[in-house]
Design a protein around this ligand. Structure first.
Ligand SMILES: [Zn+2]
Length: 443
């Protein structure tokens, strides 16, 4: 039999995928990278590792030094429930991720390449010898079963190191180490959800590495390509298609047709100030303390503003600040004056109560003229079209009065920094909608 035919025969025999090929001849096992949580160091994350971890945590088993360091996945010097959580996360990850694209294995003296076309088909080849044999695969959790035509299937347990490296532990054989080989199918590593979210369906979520809470009850997230599944504490689950919007937003179209829009919302308070996703908020819901005084418009505001008015001037547009920083006491006089003239209900639509004015943050200003005559002027148009490039947004847009709590103010700009201003501008949302917050007085 000529050489090529011999190799073909070898590859065709499914056993060749596992036992017949000397998988470790090219790579010394001791040189293979470590797999996190792989306590028994067999290059596979299996139930045996879970048993070792559980025994140790229950006090009925010891871990010798090297095993201990492999179990200590977060490398904090102790093996504890955080490491157990990491181990569980790896199990879920391994069970929900099959390779895609071209991967170089250490089998067949390092000459063997696996190509995964989709979740069910692919091929194994030895490029130097011009041999390619198609296979089909079936997956069951982290177990992948390969079937080459004409042979008995061979199974392996997959354990991912990261998105570009994994091990296959072949049944009854040694482990084979795989490295992603680029220029082919882009590997979809699936999702990892972290942080706090609210959705348009009124649900609140908090995730840490795909595990978390939905309205206070447990939820686990598994994903594969764009398909995403939420598994709830009561055993029910929901599957849908995930699509990212921007770094703080994504949408899932659930299989029943429901569209759920997720908004990341991290609320932190410090010295009486409220930050949402790092953005200082002053609106009808969130106030700043009476004593808060940044000493005027902030340095960041002024730097961005100076850059903006210079560019505007070059376009034949003259911009100036007609009202910048306003102290608590000044806002108090202003607001009380409006209440005296127009009544409280009317005043609340265009003037903030003291402590609730964005002007007190030193991050907002009124440009040129704070009245209706500004709308539609070349200056207003220039500002609306360009201010985001410098880190500002038109804070109270037209038609959004019920959301922002204020009438349309084409003159009022708020500094957010270039990245956030661009994201908010491109979203077409108000700051409240973008952050998933409201603007309503509680008193
Ligand atoms: Zn203003």
């Amino acid at each position: 039999m000529e050489l090529t035919k011999k190799i073909t025969a070898l590859l065709l025999s499914a056993a060749a995928l596992s036992t017949a090929i000397p998988v470790s001849t090219c790579a010394d096992e001791s040189e293979m990278p470590e797999l996190i949580s792989d306590i028994n160091d067999d290059h596979a994350l299996t139930v045996q590792d879970m048993v070792l971890m559980s025994k140790y945590l229950l006090g009925s088993g010891e871990l010798e030094e090297e095993a201990f360091s492999r179990a200590d996945s977060n490398a904090d010097g102790s093996v504890d429930t955080f490491d157990l959580a990491n181990m569980r996360h790896s199990y879920i990850y391994n069970a929900s991720h099959t390779p895609a694209g071209k991967w170089e294995g250490t089998g067949f003296n390092g000459e063997r390449v696996f190509q995964f076309d989709d979740s069910e088909t692919g091929s194994v080849s030895i490029p130097a010898r011009n041999v390619t044999i198609p296979f089909t695969i079936r997956t069951n959790g982290s177990k992948i079963t390969f079937a080459l035509s004409g042979g008995a299937p061979a199974s392996a347990v997959i354990s991912w190191i990261d998105s570009e490296h994994f091990y296959l532990e072949w049944d009854g054989s040694k482990s084979e180490y795989f490295t992603y080989s680029g220029n082919h199918t882009i590997v979809d590593t699936g999702l990892e959800l972290n942080g706090n979210y609210i959705s348009n369906l009124g649900d609140t979520y908090s995730f840490e590495k795909n595990a978390g809470k939905c309205n206070g009850g447990p939820v686990t997230v598994v994903s594969k390509n764009k398909e995403i599944k939420f598994i709830y504490g009561n055993g029910t689950s929901q599957t849908g298609v995930y699509s990212p919007v921007d770094k703080y937003h994504f949408t899932i179209i659930w299989n029943d047709g429901t569209v759920e829009k997720f908004t990341r919302r991290e609320i932190k308070t410090s010295n009486g100030l409220t930050y949402v996703n790092g953005i200082l908020i002053a609106n009808k819901t969130y106030s700043v303390p009476q004593s808060y005084d940044p000493g005027g418009l902030t340095g960041e505001f002024m730097a961005a503003y100076n850059e903006m008015i210079a560019d505007a001037y070059a376009d034949g547009i003259t911009l100036w600040v007609c009202s910048g920083y306003r102290s608590y006491s000044y806002q108090s006089k202003l607001y009380n004056n409006y209440v005296y003239t127009d009544g409280k209900a009317a005043a609340d639509t265009y003037s903030a109560r003291p402590g609730h004015s964005e002007h007190q943050t030193g991050l907002a200003a009124d440009i040129n003229s704070a009245d209706e005559s500004f709308a539609g002027t070349p200056e207003a148009k220039w500002l609306a079209a360009n201010c985001w490039k410098y880190g500002f947004i038109i804070r109270y847009p037209k038609g959004k009065e019920s959301i922002t709590g204020y009438i349309y103010e084409p003159w009022h700009i708020r500094y957010l920094g270039k990245e956030n201003a661009k994201l908010v501008y491109e979203s077409g949302l108000t700051l409240e909608e973008y952050l998933g917050i409201d603007s309503v007085y509680s008193y």
